[in-house]
Design a binder for this molecule. Structure first.
Ligand SMILES: [Zn+2]
Ligand SMILES: [Zn+2]
Length: 282
């Protein structure tokens, strides 16, 4: 994929997104029409909107979803989407959509837009939930915990100790696999109606620091805790900005991200505090 050339023209502070453009924020987490959970977003419309706003961005599509048909994904395929064996099987059946994703983003990559994927830890392997051929050629990988593995109620009723163990195991797998960014830290707990285990803030931040993984500020159905991100900055962990846009109304809406950076006292030193995709190919 191509090098990051940043945004086109700089936005004006009077238009939405202008402040984000002025601050030089880079939104590394934007989905496309290939996501099963996409609303009205398309790669072309997002590209046009970001260029209009003057905000730099990169696409990062859900890797697990690209192995299965978009239609009926949540009803039929999501349950096995963490399994490499299921990905192989589905690819053999002709459902692998990585080729379509590469084709879709190629014109934007040619315009300097970095392109990555959002991957989970494999349920049945030591690394990422992505087959080897499909992992090659991306500018960056965002690692995410979207599910608690092997739990009947998907984390709604199981003992917290079990959820915490599974969460830390997945987080460590992602870090060891060399992801660049750790998506929406701790969001999974809130999604399952559980308490956020704040005592894990330090172990997670230390793990990110040790593996040089950036922590993502992400407000998509999520409320990032400033306490965790302050700890990240203290330990030298860079912060990545992710709108996690699935709909066009979310594109360029980085005001909350900017406010949180201000709250953290990082607004004046964004150059060193923020992660951006490296120019070099992976
Ligand atoms: Zn995610
Ligand atoms: Zn996402």
């Amino acid at each position: 994929m191509a090098c990051a050339s940043g945004a086109g023209k700089r936005g004006d502070a009077a238009v939405p997104g202008g402040a984000a453009a002025k601050a030089g924020l880079f939104d590394a987490h934007v989905h496309t029409e290939l996501a099963a959970c996409a609303e009205d977003i398309t790669a072309a419309a997002a590209f046009a909107r970001f260029r209009e706003l003057g905000v730099g961005f990169g696409f990062a599509e859900h890797a697990d979803q690209l192995y299965f048909p978009r239609q009926g994904y949540f009803e039929k395929f999501e349950v096995e989407s963490g399994s490499l064996a299921a990905m192989r099987e589905s690819s053999r059946a002709g459902h692998n959509r990585f080729g379509r994703y590469r084709e879709l983003v190629a014109p934007f990559a040619a315009e300097g837009v970095p392109v990555g994927i959002e991957a989970e830890a494999a349920e049945d392997g030591p690394g990422l939930g992505v087959l080897e051929d499909d992992l090659a050629g991306w500018d960056y990988v965002i690692g995410a915990v979207h599910e608690f593995r092997g739990m009947g109620s998907r984390g709604r009723t199981e003992p917290m100790a079990d959820l915490e163990r599974d969460f830390m195991q997945q987080t460590e797998k992602l870090c060891r696999a060399g992801v660049s960014v750790y998506a929406h830290p701790f969001r999974i707990f809130g999604r399952r109606g559980r308490e956020i285990p704040k005592h894990l803030y330090r172990p997670v931040a230390e793990m990110l620091a040790a593996h040089k993984v950036a922590a993502e500020i992400n407000f998509h159905t999520n409320r990032p805790d400033p306490e965790f991100f302050a700890l990240c900055l203290e330990l030298g962990v860079r912060l990545s900005i992710g709108s996690d846009s699935h709909a066009m109304w979310e594109v360029g809406g980085l005001e909350k991200h900017l406010a949180l950076l201000g709250e953290l006292g990082a607004a004046g030193r964004l150059g060193e505090a923020l992660w951006r995709p490296p120019c070099a190919k992976r």
